[in-house]
Design a protein around this ligand. Structure first.
Ligand SMILES: Nc1ncnc2c1ncn2[C@@H]1O[C@H](COP(=O)(O)OP(=O)(O)OP(=O)(O)O)[C@@H](O)[C@H]1O
Ligand SMILES: [Mg+2]
Length: 306
């Protein structure tokens, strides 16, 4: 096991944003977190690299190869972040430095983490850009590139130090569909070929089927269901998972969102957090929240129907 998140809780001003989340990521595995906007995907991802703002309270453990990331000192965490675990953000414009050539920015990662010379780092960067088929942009500035090309540069930056885990937070949301697929294919290859692991964060269950090995469905900071991608697609159990899957465009059927919106975390009722929007609710759901229970090996659901 490469990463193990244990009893993760995240609070902001006494409001529970993430409640008791447990999951693991194996070596070579692509694990996906899916859920609507505001469900806590990004904060979960940020906690893994210890990048949560200081005013956010976090408890639990994030074990990366048995070291608890949440209790490392700033220097120890800087040695892991970018080198052993890298993070790809959705917004490439704010992640890249606008006044530096992109090749130089990627090379800087190597200089920082491996203390090699600038010349050697640029050589290695050149090789990587060649491998990623983006050699022609190595001397460009971020604003000169398309969104898709900038995201490829971000991927170069994320893999240049050969990390063991890549966290990709909605890496393709801002891109059009064909570019989206190219970027995900590229990431998939870079992860699977080199036996790396990836945490793929997305609100679009549509894109998971082809890439993820396992899926965790998050709703209002709570795990609703977790299982292999095959199980989740073939045998979804939680009404929320089913609703997300119903958003898939199918022939002759137009895409529909899920009616209603995610609850206000400040005013959660004590019952199931999905209760107001659930079309399979029973009486019990109003006042009591189900535990997350295993219904078959590796497949867990939080719902009274099972
Ligand atoms: N820096 C912050 N300070 C306070 N609250 C925050 C902060 N960042 C996020 N939140 C709150 O935490 C909850 C989860 O946010 P998060 O960004 O993790 O959701 P998400 O699932 O990534 O959503 P999206 O799909 O929109 O990116 C939301 O209610 C959000 O308002
Ligand atoms: Mg997010």
């Amino acid at each position: 096991m490469l990463l193990q998140v244990q009893n993760l809780n995240i609070f902001y001003k006494n409001v529970s944003i993430i409640e008791n989340i447990n999951f693991h990521i194996d070596r070579g595995e692509i694990f996906s977190i899916v859920g609507e906007s505001g469900s806590g995907k990004t904060l979960t991802g940020l906690s893994i690299v210890n990048l949560l703002p200081e005013y956010i309270y976090v408890s639990g453990k994030v074990l990366f190869k048995d070291k608890n990331i949440l209790s490392l000192n700033p220097q120890e965490i800087r040695n892991i972040r970018g080198k052993k675990i890298s993070f790809i953000f959705q917004d490439t414009m704010t992640s890249l430095n606008p006044v530096l050539k992109v090749g130089y920015q990627v090379a800087e990662m190597l200089v920082y983490h491996y203390k090699i010379s600038k010349k050697e780092a640029l050589e290695k960067t050149k090789e990587l850009f060649h491998k990623l088929k983006i050699s022609h942009v190595i001397n460009s500035y971020p604003h000169q590139l398309s969104g898709g090309m900038r995201q490829r540069v971000m991927i170069a930056m994320a893999v240049v130090c050969e990390p063991e885990l890549i966290i990709a937070d909605e890496p393709t949301t801002a891109l059009d569909v064909t570019v989206q697929e190219e970027i995900l294919d590229l990431l998939y290859l870079l992860v699977k070929k080199e036996n790396r692991s990836m945490l793929l964060i997305t609100h679009d269950i549509n894109i998971l089927g082809e890439y993820a090995d396992r899926v965790m469905v998050l709703y209002a900071g709570r795990i609703m269901e977790i299982g292999s991608t095959e199980e989740i697609f073939k045998n979804p159990l939680h009404p929320y998972t089913k609703a997300l899957l119903n958003c898939l465009p199918r022939e002759g059927k137009k895409i529909e969102g899920i009616p209603g919106s995610i609850p206000d975390l400040k005013n959660l009722s004590k019952g199931c957090v999905f209760y107001p929007r659930c079309n399979s609710k029973i009486k019990r759901c109003l006042n009591e929240s189900s535990v997350l229970q295993e219904v078959s090996p590796g497949h867990m659901v939080r719902c009274w129907l099972y």
